[in-house]
Design a protein around this ligand. Structure first.
Ligand code: SF4
Length: 426
């Protein structure tokens, strides 16, 4: 049975409160205070607040103790069963850098230049390790039936069960999503991953997220199978989703008809038209070759679909010496053509935004930054509202003040919205 907003049930006792089917915000928004999305249930004890999705799986947690780093910060558990700590990091700096008010701090190595080491904090570590123990110790005696049953259900979703479910997610498409497009920040990374093709075209030397798979397109049958299994896996919580990620690293290189058919089938099967969340989003990666070759019909049709579509293209550099240095088998000319086409698409189609990635590192020649400026500043004479430029630090696990300083300098000169790309997996 579909759960609707307005069906909230509340229980308050002397030591806890439970709110079943709470309604959060139904549209992704960028605000400097914590916002919860969709329908979820909340359990509050003297010390903790835990939130669960409609499949009774934990999705957010925070401590109410004084030792918690900041009252507006919280932990989120992803579909891939990672814990992410959302920190404010002093709001203005974070927003300037990543375009969001909260900085995702990850438990695995990434290229982030900001944030500390929150998972070393005792209070955060306690929640990550013992949340299930805490909820297991709650007494359900004297609770009205529906609340006691709910507590039993959330207890059944143990860390082991959740890990198995994440593995099931990875198995559906044949592997974990090792990198989510930067644009998925617009939906707080709450995407449904659907793989329509594997691998990528270039296998660039510098890239830390590539795999060994030769680029290949999935069959319609395979994609339909994934859609069916994902629908079952997401089950009751499906109504909280409104965003689709077409994987893997170059979905745009998939034949146009297959992209469009998949998008339509997924929209229908995932029932995005009845999602609790307003609007629908589509994300994918593209390469310079697939983007330059893409049929105008694809963009025309995508623009008419009920999605806001974001396609992220890895340009990396507009400097031949840098492209050669990082082992990206492209010419400066191709990158320049791609950048021009990006602007043309962004100017023509209101429901499509093509965004570009460029790399950053202390070791890169000055010619890289000079060439970058010629694109993101000199090629246009006015600031542009769309067509985000994402700057991606090359090194993982090595935040550098110098690179951060360089980023702010580039951002201040850029005529496009310009942000850091914090690489995340699902
Ligand atoms: S940057 Fe993109 S094209 Fe290059 S190896 Fe990585 S995933 Fe493949």
């Amino acid at each position: 049975m579909k759960i609707k907003c307005g069906e909230t049930q509340t229980l308050k006792t002397h030591d806890l409160s439970i709110e079943l089917n709470s309604c959060g915000t139904n549209e992704y928004t960028k605000v400097s205070f914590p916002v919860k999305y969709g329908i979820f249930s909340r359990l509050e004890t003297g010390d903790y607040i835990f939130e669960f999705n409609l499949n009774h799986e934990i999705r957010h947690a925070k401590s109410k103790k004084r030792s918690w780093l900041h009252p507006s910060e919280w932990l989120k558990r992803t579909m891939g069963n990672d814990w992410v700590y959302y920190s404010t990091g002093g709001y203005s700096g974070v927003f300037e850098a990543i375009g969001e008010y909260y900085l995702p701090n990850l438990t695995y190595p990434t290229n982030s230049l900001l944030g500390g080491k929150p998972f070393k904090e005792n209070e955060i570590d306690i929640i990550v390790r013992t949340w299930h123990q805490i909820i297991s110790q709650l007494s359900v005696t004297d609770m009205p039936d529906q609340f006691a049953r709910w507590v039993q259900s959330i207890r059944q979703q143990t860390p082991e069960v959740l890990q198995k479910k994440a593995q099931k997610l990875f198995d559906i498409s044949g592997g974990r999503v090792t990198v989510i497009p930067p644009d998925a920040r617009h939906v707080d990374y709450n995407i449904i991953p659907l793989t329509i093709s594997d691998g990528c075209l270039y296998k660039c030397q510098f890239c830390k997220v590539k795999n060994k798979k030769k680029f290949s397109v999935r069959s319609e049958q395979d994609i339909d199978g994934q859609i069916t299994q994902l629908t079952q896996l997401l089950n009751k919580d499906l109504i909280n989703f409104n965003a689709l990620f077409l994987g893997e690293h170059d979905a745009l290189n998939t034949p146009c008809e297959l992209i469009l058919k998949t998008v339509q089938n997924a929209y229908d099967a995932f029932k995005f038209h009845t999602s609790i969340m307003k609007k629908s989003y589509l994300f994918m990666f593209g390469s310079v070759d697939s983007f330059l070759a893409a049929d105008p019909f694809l963009f025309k049709t995508l623009n008419r679909l009920p999605f806001q579509t974001f396609i992220n293209i890895g340009l990396e550099s507009y400097d031949q010496a840098t492209l050669d240095l990082i082992g990206k088998p492209l010419t400066k000319k191709q990158v320049g053509h791609a950048f021009e086409k990006v602007q043309a698409i962004n100017d023509t189609f209101p429901n499509i935004e093509i965004t570009c990635n460029f790399i950053m590192d202390e070791s890169l020649p000055d010619s890289h930054y000079k060439a970058l400026m010629s694109l993101i500043r000199e090629s246009v004479n006015q600031t542009r509202p769309k067509g985000c430029i994402y700057l991606s630090p090359l090194k993982f696990g090595k935040p550098s003040r110098q690179v951060l300083y360089e980023f702010y300098k580039l951002k201040s000169l850029s005529r496009f919205p310009t942000f850091l790309y914090v690489i995340q997996r699902l």
